[in-house]
Design a protein around this ligand. Structure first.
Ligand code: SF4
Length: 382
């Protein structure tokens, strides 16, 4: 495509974005074309991000819990899982899990992100029990737990409906669902990455059902492995469609593939240019998803900072005990302090605002991190 044609097409897309019109599938493919200057795509995404969120960038104070890494599946991109009898395999005890809850509260966390493996020998009650144990001991901690893949596994274990399982988990203390397990929806890619686990229809069905009963969730896309731009736009289209129907997604998190210790270790990880382009295209294409997250653990701190001007308005949290991407070669720190995360946001010219999992502003005592209260939902202009 000539430079002139690129500029003409970009002008048309800019007009659409400024008028609040929806981008088409072809527009999305065009924005992924390497001949289209990244800085132009980024500038447009930044314009949209600032229209929605001004110069605010959100963060939270959170922790992770991966109660077991033993998993019946063998996703080719996964470096975290373990076989049942592998010395690397672990299952956390109730005491260890409670200790994590205590540590989270002492350090001011508002959220615990809980995901893990699908253990061959542990029943539904074990997974449910993690939520109820933590919720009873620390009711102020929002439990964002179990991906659609795990929820589908609970369907298999219990033979109950999705609606019954999700309602039961909510009764146990579930606050919301994370967005993991989506990977790439298109069967050409999914069949090669993770052919046995929940397919794209099931992933969508789990989130649709959660939204229908009032449970919010996030959505993700694992990019930079074997997929192409068509697969990515197809993925974003399916998320946009479900969001039109339910409005239950809070944030989209593009997840950069990390190859180390996976069965795809021969594939290089995506470049920062691909990270930024994906962030920008996601902001522009997912016009109905309020937040786009630059997950610093995966992107690296510097790229996450730049991403705050390429469409992202959220940088995730301080994080404690991240295992999944560090097992796959992430070289980012294990956690950031509150002061560090605020400073790295402020360095980008953005205003750091602490939010809870449901995007309500958190007001905190400056002298005592563990004293906080939840304010109003943050404002989003569309
Ligand atoms: S990505 Fe999840 S489901 Fe797949 S092997 Fe890893 S732990 Fe298991």
């Amino acid at each position: 495509m000539s430079d002139l044609k690129v500029q003409d097409r970009l002008r048309d897309i800019r007009k659409k974005v400024e008028a609040g019109e929806r981008l088409t599938f072809d527009d999305g493919l065009f924005l992924y074309d390497p001949n289209v200057p990244l800085q132009d795509v980024g500038a447009l995404a930044n314009w949209m991000r600032e229209r929605m969120h001004g110069s605010v960038a959100y963060y939270n104070i959170n922790t992770h819990l991966n109660p077991t890494n033993v998993c019946v599946y063998r996703c080719r991109f996964c470096a975290f899982r373990s076989d049942l009898r592998d010395p690397k395999g672990y299952v956390m005890s109730e005491e260890q899990i409670l200790q994590r809850g205590k540590e989270a509260i002492e350090n001011g966390c508002t959220e615990m992100h809980i995901v893990g493996g699908l253990h061959h020998q542990l029943g539904y009650d074990w997974y449910r029990g993690i939520l109820s144990t933590l919720h009873q001991a620390y009711p102020q901690l929002h439990l964002k737990g179990w991906t659609a893949v795990e929820i589908n596994w609970f369907e298999f274990l219990t033979k109950k409906s999705l609606r019954d399982i999700l309602s039961d988990l909510r009764d146990a203390g579930l606050g919301s669902l994370p967005g993991g397990g989506a990977e790439i929806f298109h069967s050409e890619v999914r069949s090669q990455l993770c052919e046995h686990k929940a397919n794209s229809h099931k992933w969508v069905e789990v989130h649709r059902t959660a939204h229908q009963i009032g449970i919010k969730s996030n959505c993700t896309m694992l990019y930079g492995s074997i997929e192409n731009a068509y697969h990515r736009i197809d993925h974003l289209s399916r998320l946009r469609e479900l969001q039109d129907e339910t409005g239950g997604f809070q944030t989209f998190i593009p997840l950069a593939f990390h190859p180390d210790n996976t069965k795809l270790s021969h594939i290089p990880k995506p470049t920062a240019l691909m990270d930024l382009r994906t962030m920008a295209v996601a902001r522009l294409f997912l016009d109905n998803v309020p937040h786009i997250k630059a997950y610093w653990i995966m992107l690296g701190i510097e790229t996450a900072q730049v991403a705050l001007s390429y469409g992202a308005d959220d940088i995730d949290g301080t994080v404690r005990h991240e295992l999944i991407y560090h097992d796959a070669g992430a070289t980012t720190p294990q956690m950031l302090t509150v002061e560090q995360i605020k400073r790295l946001i402020a360095e980008t010219g953005r205003v750091p605002v602490e939010r809870d999992t449901l995007y309500r502003e958190v007001h905190r005592s400056p002298d005592n991190l563990s004293q906080w209260h939840i304010g109003e939902p943050v404002a989003v202009s569309v």
